[in-house]
Design a protein. Structure first.
Length: 737
């Protein structure tokens, strides 16, 4: 009935607009209304979630895509806005375009300015139309379900899907529930339930198990948790499909539990060595007759749980995997044959990362059944993806954040220059975009700009884009808001493709040392932009008109930019501390280390003023998912380790994984980071007093003690963001006339 009502309302608006009765748009001759190509009800339901007060002012209509590209169209009169698109998700993309371009508000990830919407929605001055410039619009890293929060409930996932649809994404990696597919599959090959549950890690660490990097950590999950995650996955998959989006499932490429060869004598199993201090799962040779049998069972179990799919993600020999005596080309043919047998016509999605995908993989199979999601498009110069990947279709991609670091910025200027050039060059095999930060929902500007690449008009002028972004981000034109984003666009979002794709992380989060340059082992070691120029951004943000400061977008941004400003200044303060220690100036060392710790105390209070920067909100979903106190302790440990020690001592220290996913969160700064630095400074003071070298500190022991703690953390913000950000600027001595 809703579809019929929408069609009649649309026809009436068409009559009012141009005097002809037509299902969408007008032509020289009248035509009868056409049957909707799909049900718009899922898009309507999303609007009821996103815009409950204004959703009734939208009429939603379907457009027939035919053999063309996805597209949307917008028109209407005040209070009667018509948005049509080629799928429910694309309709939502059109709604977001209307909000930004006409109403000048936005829904970011995180933060929005919807409180600035007028009671009667304004009409576009002229019809707006946009078309996707690439067919594949892919999102989510293999690691996203861990680093974004593996314990999200359905409402949180529902919000996540809505945000992806609003920004034009059409394909979403969906690994949730795959643990149950493995459990069921290998039950058919000699493993009991206890063995499988001991092998499969707790939820936050499962992404790396699926990548064949590790297993067992913080296992086992209880049987009810398997059922909970399957139920969640079914809701995710159903929602993606009803919106016209494609779930991208993990495929099976040979990962087997321990002892597979012993259970199946003669099976050719290749040991995979170690990854980050973890023992990697074994790999079954795809030439082995058992491979096809296991693969058929895996895909059957997956189909029974989640239905058929058209895209499956698999990465052979990821990050140091070993082929052993298996020819890589033969392995690729075996993996593809198993996939095509189970899902004829399905595409194999591979990550472009380090040396993968190997040329032997690409040359062994039908390239038209492959899609490479490039994680390095903006990281290096001199790339020729057609040459590198032997004319295999690929998606222009970025990993602008590793581990979910709370650090601001991206190689956005490289995106604007490179995407269009690569897409338009003769013989281009670029057919999509791939948004793949290791944790999503970290940097709303980067997300908005990158996803805009896939739609007409493709952004090309960085300054113009950030000017428009500032207006709809805060719900109104403001000279200081525009100036702040001009500065950010010239600094944190103007980093070059010089070997890194993310900004530097923060030293407050690092294991203390006088010469430490990064918290995570693989983060950039130096500033990637002019920190002095960046300072001006917070000065401008603090002058944004009071009427715009009440939006959740502004509150988030003023905290984030002030936080980043403090993190940048730490890189200036630490060398002064080192100089005082080397000069044996105890008084100056005490004064400077006190300044450092006072800065961290202010940082924690600043972070506490926004919900996105609360440790409690990182831990709360894990507690909520648990069936009892023992399980709550297990899940919270899973979450706490992921952002600190990551694994056991060997993984943290020898494997270099400690602080890989460091976060500047209120509760983490005060609960672990500040005590680490305080203890370090005390050791330096003691060294000067005794004339002996500083005592060695067992950082892992300190971090592990924090990881197993159960102290309750607030989930409600406290403090006023603008006031606290002003205190930051005053303390750092910036923003002076």
């Amino acid at each position: 009935m809703m579809a019929g009502m929408n069609t009649r309302r649309l026809s009436l608006l068409a009559v009012l607009a141009c005097g002809c009765l037509y299902a969408w748009g007008c032509s020289a001759s009248a035509a009868a209304p056409t049957t909707p190509a799909f049900d718009t009800a899922p898009a309507r339901a999303a609007l009821q979630r996103l815009l409950p007060k204004q959703q009734a002012q939208f009429t939603l209509a379907s457009l027939d895509r035919g053999q063309g590209a996805d597209r949307f169209e917008i028109r209407g009169t005040p209070g009667h806005i018509v948005v049509a698109g080629t799928s429910p998700a694309v309709i939502l993309t059109g709604v977001e375009a209307y909000l930004e371009q006409v109403a000048h508000v936005g829904i970011g990830w995180p933060g929005d300015s919807l409180s600035r919407l007028p009671s009667t929605l304004p009409a576009p001055a002229a019809p707006i139309a946009s078309r996707a410039v690439v067919p594949d619009r892919y999102a989510l890293n293999d690691t996203d379900d861990g680093y974004s929060n593996a314990y999200l409930d359905w409402p949180a996932w529902e919000r996540k899907i809505d945000l992806l649809a609003l920004h034009g994404i059409g394909e979403v990696f969906m690994p949730v529930g795959t643990e149950e597919v493995y459990r069921r599959t290998f039950r058919d090959f000699g493993y009991d339930d206890a063995q499988m549950r001991a092998w499969i890690p707790a939820a936050a660490h499962q992404p790396w198990w699926l990548l064949q990097n590790m297993s067992e950590f913080d296992a086992p999950l209880s049987p009810p948790q398997y059922a909970r995650r399957v139920a969640l996955a079914r809701k995710i998959v159903a929602r993606l499909r009803e919106l016209g989006m494609t779930p991208v499932f993990p495929g099976w490429f040979g990962t087997v539990p321990p002892g597979f060869a012993a259970k199946h004598p003669g099976a050719n199993v290749v040991a995979q060595g170690e990854w980050g201090g973890f023992a990697r799962p074994d790999w079954l040779d795809p030439r082995d007759p058992l491979f096809a049998k296991v693969a058929a069972d895996f895909y059957r179990q997956q189909r029974e749980l989640f239905g058929d799919g058209t895209m499956y993600k698999m990465d052979l020999l990821h990050e140091g995997g070993r082929a052993g005596d298996v020819p890589v080309a033969d392995a690729a043919r075996g993996v593809m044959k198993a996939l095509q047998t189970a899902h004829p016509g399905a595409r194999w999605v591979l990550l472009g990362w380090q040396h993968n995908p190997l040329p032997d993989v690409l040359d062994a199979v039908d390239k038209q059944r492959l899609l490479i999601v490039d994680g390095l498009s903006d990281r290096h110069d001199g790339l020729d993806r057609e040459k590198d990947w032997h004319d295999t279709p690929y998606a222009f991609g970025s990993i602008p954040n590793f581990g979910g670091h709370t650090t601001l910025g991206a190689n956005a200027g490289v995106w604007l220059e490179r995407f269009a050039a690569w897409r338009d060059k003769p013989g281009s095999k670029l057919r999509g975009i791939a948004w793949m930060p290791e944790a999503s929902g970290i940097d709303p500007a980067a997300f908005a700009l990158f996803t805009a690449l896939a739609w007409e008009p493709v952004p090309h002028d960085e300054a113009a884009w950030f000017k428009a972004y500032a207006e709809h981000r805060y719900g109104g034109a403001d000279a200081h808001g525009e100036a702040a984003w001009r500065v950010l666009g010239e600094t944190a979002y103007a980093m070059p493709s010089n070997g890194d794709s993310e900004p530097q992380d923060g030293l407050f989060s690092a294991r203390p040392a006088l010469d430490v340059s990064t918290a995570a082992s693989w983060s950039p070691k130096q500033m990637r932009y002019d920190a002095g120029h960046f300072d001006r951004a917070i000065c401008e943000l603090l002058q944004v008109a009071p009427a715009l400061r009440d939006t959740s977008a502004y509150r988030h941004d003023v905290v984030d930019v002030a936080r980043q400003t403090m993190a940048n200044h730490a890189r200036l303060l630490l060398p002064r501390i080192k100089a005082a220690y080397e000069a044996k100036d105890a008084a100056r060392l005490h004064a400077l280390s006190t300044e450092w710790l006072d800065n961290m105390a202010l940082l924690d209070r600043l972070l506490a003023s926004d919900p996105g920067f609360l440790l409690g909100n990182w831990l709360a979903p894990a507690r909520a998912a648990a069936a009892g106190e023992a399980e709550a302790a297990q899940f919270e440990y899973d979450q706490r380790t992921l952002i600190t020690i990551w694994g056991d001592r060997g993984d943290a220290d020898r494997g270099g994984l400690h602080d890989y996913a460091n976060r500047e969160l209120s509760g983490l700064v005060s609960g672990l980071y500040a005590p680490r630095w305080r203890r370090f400074f005390e050791s330096l003071q003691q060294s000067l007093a005794t004339g002996k070298p500083p005592a060695a500190i067992d950082w892992y022991a300190m971090e592990h003690a924090w990881a197993v703690s159960r102290e309750a953390e607030p989930t409600t913000p406290r403090g006023e963001p603008w006031q606290l950000a002003s205190e930051v600027a005053q303390r750092l001595g910036i923003c002076t006339p």
